[in-house]
Structures are given as C-alpha cells and as structure tokens.
Design a protein around this ligand. Structure first.
Ligand code: HEM
Length: 137
C-alpha cells in the first residue's frame, strides 16, 4: 500500500500542475447524472475546486494512515452524510469514475497499474464516507 500511495501522490502532483484539472473533473462529474449536476446548482465552483484540491490530498493521506487526515475525512463524512448534504452511495461511483477519467486526461504517465493504485487508495476514504452516510445516530 505504501508504494501505491507514493505513486498516487506523484500522479496527483502532476495532475494539479495542470491548470484545468479541476474544471475537467467537475465537467465529467456533473455530466455523469442530472441528479449530481443539481447538487451544485448554487455552488461557487471557484471555491469548490479549491476545497476539493485539499479534500483529495486528505483522502490520499488518509490511506497512508495519517491521523490528521483521518480527522479531515471524518469531517467530510459528516458534511456529506444523511443529516447534512445527504449524498447517496451511488454518487461516489460517479465521482470516482469522473476522477479517474480526469487523471487519465492530465497525467501523461498514467498506466493501468496506476489507475488501479488510484482506485484502491481512494476507495478507503470513500468507504468511510459511504459508511457514515448510513450510520444511525
Ligand atoms: C470522496 C469524495 C469526495 C470528496 C473528497 C469531497 C470533498 C468535498 C469538500 C472538501 C467539500 C467542501 C465542504 C466540506 O469540506 O464539507 C465538498 C462539498 C460538497 N460536496 Fe463533496 N466530496 C466528495 C464526494 C462528493 C459526492 C459524491 C458528491 C455528490 C454530488 C458531493 C457533493 C458535494 C456538494 C453538493 C458540496 C457542497 C457544495 C456547496 O457548498 O454548494 N461530494 N466536498
């Protein structure tokens, strides 16, 4: 897993160096479903792109066992849960697909192996967010 995280961190570095990475991500994500698009109808997308840049770093560091990243992912889980933004589990599938499409577009060094590494690293945090959505208080 450590090797996977390192490769993903390097790949993410190449992606964020590309100025349209987050524009393309939200383009793919929002066009994946009208229900997803609807969630962002009142969102300031300039701010949102910046927030996601940090959110993604936390998700990657969470997979590496960082305690502070774990707290951030816990906060994200709460903000997206049933009592707050109420994001259903299926939307995370669209989110991950859109993200991997975007990485493929922006990281010149993308390979099948790296695609699998990205998926396994992010899935840990996504599982936590989906589990939080269905937990009862
Ligand atoms: C693991 C994947 C995700 C990450 C890392 C992520 C990250 C973030 C972050 C950092 C914020 C800023 C507010 C906060 O910190 O709570 C946010 C807000 C938001 N996210 Fe997510 N998110 C993810 C998945 C999703 C999914 C699947 C949806 C489905 C549509 C979604 C919809 C939203 C919406 C609607 C907002 C609020 C926008 C606003 O303020 O108008 N997120 N997300």
């Amino acid at each position: 897993m450590d090797q996977d995280i390192n490769q993903v961190r390097l790949s993410y570095g190449r992606c964020v160096a590309s100025p349209t990475f987050f524009d393309d991500f939200y383009q793919f994500f929002q066009s994946s479903s009208p229900a997803v698009k609807d969630r962002f109808k009142n969102t300031d997308m300039v701010k949102q792109k910046d927030l996601l840049r940090h959110g993604l770093s936390h998700l990657i560091m969470f997979a590496g066992g960082s305690k502070s990243a774990e707290m951030k992912v816990e906060q994200l889980s709460t903000s997206h849960d049933k009592d707050h933004m109420n994001i259903p589990g299926w939307m995370y599938r669209n989110w991950l697909d859109a993200l991997l499409r975007t990485v493929k577009l922006h990281d010149k060094k993308m390979t099948q192996e790296l695609d699998a590494q990205w998926k396994s690293v992010l899935q840990l945090g996504i599982d936590k967010m989906i589990a939080a959505h269905s937990r009862t208080k």
